[in-house]
Design a protein around this ligand. Sequence first.
Ligand SMILES: NC(=O)c1ccc[n+]([C@@H]2O[C@H](COP(=O)([O-])OP(=O)(O)OC[C@H]3O[C@@H](n4cnc5c(N)ncnc54)[C@H](OP(=O)(O)O)[C@@H]3O)[C@@H](O)[C@H]2O)c1
Length: 467
Amino acid sequence: MSTRKARIGLVGLGVMGANLSLNIADNGFDIAVYNRSTDKVDDFVADAGALVDRVIGCKSPEELAASLQSPRAIILMVKAGEAVDKTIETLLPHLDEGDMIIDAGNADFNDTRRREADLSAKGFAFIGMGVSGGEEGARHGPSIMVGGPEGHYAVIQDVIEAIAADYQGTPCAAHLGPDGAGHFVKTVHNGIEYADMQLIAEVYGCLRDRMTPSEIGQVFADWNDGPLNGYLVEITAKVLGATDTGTDQPMVDVIVDAAGQKGTGRWTVIEALKLGQSPSTIEAAVAARSWSAQRDARAHAQDLFGAATMDTPPSLADLHDALLAARILAYGQGMTLLNAASDEFDWDLDLARVAEIWRAGCIIRSTLLDDIAAAFRGETPHGQLAFAPAFVTRLQDTVPALRRVVGAGTAAGVAMPALANALAWFDTMRHARGTANVIQAQRDFFGAHGFERLDRDGTGFHGDWPA
Ligand SMILES: NC(=O)c1ccc[n+]([C@@H]2O[C@H](COP(=O)([O-])OP(=O)(O)OC[C@H]3O[C@@H](n4cnc5c(N)ncnc54)[C@H](OP(=O)(O)O)[C@@H]3O)[C@@H](O)[C@H]2O)c1
């Protein structure tokens, strides 16, 4: 057993854990690592190269605990769910009061709240830390969303800020609130990621009947130099330009059109509904992924009803503006959801700060986030990004194109669920008088639920309905 004591520990040397460990070592901190399958510990140490002197490989939780400075701080980067609880169970017998466990996986924030309460009752500190940026981010600088007691975070803040992405000298890491705040923000980040990916895929769908994948890739590459600049547009240009070496076909043309989902998009929608929210672009993106998985049913439906193409496809300028409008609306819906959760759980989330730490390192990083941060530092009536003065102008400029694109798709029979649902939210919000008066009348008719009146104060009025 090593007599050296590392500043920080990490359990879970999968893709993310291994890269995050190297990032920590690279930033000058000694790190002790452990993995359930211990062969991964040997492999990690063997591959650590010049960083090997900063790494202590441990073959048991006991050895890990013995290799850490006090109070101990141990990052978990294991599969979300039961694996986290099991890992905590194996560690606790070897820890002392005041030691800290930091769950850096994609946890359900409800689990984070439970674990935080449970561990704090036992005298341990627990931090729920969302990490975005994939493998590359973990190695060279992710965006890090921290939740838990602020005093506990202070113990590891220097390490976390050192390994995080840097945006013009500011680390993309922040303590956002207590208990599950960090994991909730990460979940909503992923929900926005789902929406943005789906919006981009729908725009590709409008172009693929008239352009080759590499031509469409060039369109996205050009757009990446303007207001649509961001990681997802950038990588879309790259994936559309790639060729499958085996078949010499465009890579995207040999990929099955069924997208997977690990759960964070679905969690965003579930938690939104629990909070009385409906982020329509994120909901549409989650729905579109489930529909994409139903390939046999779609093939059957095509035989029954026929597929459609757009005879008069939207212009590139319209597609650009439609994507920009829908992206603004999608980010706005995510922010509104964060606001609702912050109120419900007393997190006091600083939405401008959230936007700031998403500006580098994470998957949804984009130029727009700078403007979003500025908007939330200023005036956002009703907490709505879309109502902030700078975004009112941008939406006035771009929504007409979104309407033309959705109109063309709908008229032709080409589905664009995320674009259409962004527009549906916008059009619903811009009508002060909606149509729920009829729903209230129906509810009162069949269930005597009662309604409020425009012309009188009070509740519980009933209609004079015919029998
Ligand atoms: N991949 C990404 O781009 C990404 C981005 C952000 C966040 N995340 C999150 O980061 C976490 C790790 O993801 P990953 O992609 O690095 O996963 P991964 O490569 O599949 O590695 C999973 C790790 O979890 C461990 N594990 C699984 N079940 C366990 C159990 N029952 N008890 C103890 N350890 C267990 C594995 O240990 P063994 O080697 O013993 O199986 C391995 O170290 C997840 O929560 C994921 O959602 C991933």
